[in-house]
Design a protein around this ligand. Structure first.
Ligand SMILES: [Zn+2]
Length: 177
């Protein structure tokens, strides 16, 4: 099985959430269970790709450190990791479609992020960025998002789906609203 991961997805864990540093121990734990896991490098999503799901000014302001990211900081290390985090999701989705296999990306920090706002340690919504890129490149006609976080995190995802009228995205959250 493929796992999309590299150290470029990591950032020092700021504040009270360890999310930005989590992929490393997660992948180490997975490899302990299955040493045959194959790690693949994430892509680096462009600002234009992020802007398929977000306000372009918001994207530029976050990446240029002019407004706070989802951790409430303007940390350059976090800013540099963000295009790789969404890029890991995109690479995993492309690979899953092209290879017709299950692919994992140990990423987090997506679902609270809306079109022009951060929230709950989420800066960019890599779920909707991935859905939009797949749609624009013709790889997908419809996209399903199953959100199995313990709480309802779909405020950000739902905001983007509604604002951009993405009626081809089916979004299901296991958490209560
Ligand atoms: Zn959440």
């Amino acid at each position: 099985m493929y796992v999309v991961y590299s150290e470029s997805m990591l950032a020092p864990a700021p504040g009270s959430s360890p999310s930005a540093a989590k992929p490393r121990p997660v992948v180490a734990a997975w490899k302990a269970l299955d040493p045959s896991l194959q790690c693949i490098e994430p892509l680096l999503v462009t600002r234009a790709q992020l802007a398929l799901a977000h306000d372009r000014d918001f994207v530029d302001q976050v990446l240029d450190g002019r407004i706070a990211n989802g951790f409430g900081s303007i940390s350059a290390a976090v800013g540099q990791s963000l295009p790789y985090t969404s890029g890991a999701m995109l690479r995993a989705a492309r690979l899953a479609i092209d290879d017709r296999s299950a692919v994992a990306a140990p990423v987090s920090g997506f679902h609270h992020a809306g079109w022009n706002f951060v929230g709950g340690y989420c800066t960019f919504n890599g779920l909707l960025v991935t859905a939009q890129v797949l749609k624009h490149e013709g790889r997908a006609r419809r996209v399903g998002i199953l959100d199995y976080d313990m709480h309802y995190g779909g405020i950000g995802s739902a905001d983007i789906i509604q604002r951009l009228s993405l009626d081809w995205v089916t979004h299901t959250s296991a958490g209560a609203t």
